[in-house]
Design a protein around this ligand. Structure first.
Ligand SMILES: N[C@@H](CCC(=O)N[C@@H](CSC=O)C(=O)NCC(=O)O)C(=O)O
Length: 279
């Protein structure tokens, strides 16, 4: 583990670290915000998964999440969005390869050598965080767009690992839309049953988990109708009697300006659930 950034921030520290990932088979970066409370005790962790083309930097430089993490005493961990490096398979397009992992475990060559982000987020990264930082075992997960998809899938499939789940502008039905179909074909091949394991709406309809979650979606988001299809998750939740909060916001787009406008609510949502989990 090597520290590559450290900045004082709202009484705590914003840090960026690199480490050798044995699952991803390459060096990985992650950002960690240590709230002031972490100087005195172990605190719960909110994992944040960013979207296509992003790195660990987007959420820490654009969302303002640290102010609310400091208020609630929550550590924020934001990994890079994919394995990277010259030896890591890539594609010239922005929606495949490096920066576009879709947070799954690839089964197809050449991707499977490095693209094991599902296991990295679920197992390797939390182990590293609890070993090296003042983090307790309680964790929640959130993310944006491709990262919102990752957060929903990880949360739905692992309800005992994540206390709460939220998402901004998530790709809720990747197996039904262009971004997801392109990535799933490359990473998972033609096995549609494998696709369903990484599709939040399919998982809900399979009855995976009944826990409530929070989703925010901008109505001026250029990807809303074609790639995100938020209505699909609303319908699935109604059908399965899941009490999800799915909020639509007129005038907001897909950017981090949207995320910055509502991130306070997401951190408060997770803080409440994380607190409840120990009462
Ligand atoms: N064609 C665009 C697409 C990139 C983009 O919009 N990325 C979003 C996430 S999209 C879904 O996962 C993003 O978060 N961008 C970074 C940011 O800081 O806004 C392009 O290549 O630019």
């Amino acid at each position: 583990m090597q520290q590559i950034e450290k900045h004082a921030c709202f009484g705590g520290w914003q840090e960026v670290w690199t480490h050798e990932s044995h699952l991803l088979n390459c060096p990985m970066r992650f950002a960690v915000y240590l709230p002031p409370q972490a100087k005195e005790r172990k605190v719960p962790v909110l994992y944040w998964l960013s979207g296509l083309t992003c790195t660990e930097q987007n959420v820490i430089t654009k969302s303002g999440i640290q102010r609310y993490a400091a208020e609630h005493g929550i550590m924020i961990v934001a990994p890079d969005t994919s394995p990277r490096g010259e030896s890591v398979a890539d594609d010239a397009a922005y929606d495949l390869g490096q920066g576009a992992s879709f947070y799954l475990n690839a089964t197809q060559s050449p991707w499977c050598n490095h693209y094991q982000m599902y296991d990295y987020i679920l197992h390797e990264l939390p182990r590293l965080i609890t070993t090296h930082f003042a983090a307790n075992e309680r964790k929640s997960i959130s993310g944006h767009s491709m990262g919102g998809h990752g957060a929903l899938v990880l949360g739905l499939r692992n309800p005992n690992d994540y206390v709460s789940v939220s998402a901004f502008s998530p790709i809720v039905s990747p197996s039904q839309v262009g971004w997801g179909q392109k990535a799933f074909t490359a990473y998972l091949g033609d096995d549609r049953a494998a696709w369903q394991q990484y599709d939040a709406v399919a998982l809900i309809l399979q009855g995976h988990d009944k826990k409530a979650f929070l989703v925010d979606q901008g109505l001026d988001d250029p990807f809303y109708a074609e790639q995100l299809c938020t209505q699909n998750i609303e319908n699935a939740c109604q059908q399965m009697h899941i009490d999800a909060q799915i909020r639509y916001h007129a005038g907001y787009d897909h950017s981090y300006y949207f995320i910055a406008s509502w991130i306070e609510d997401h951190v408060a949502y997770h803080a409440k659930q994380l607190q409840r989990s120990i009462e």
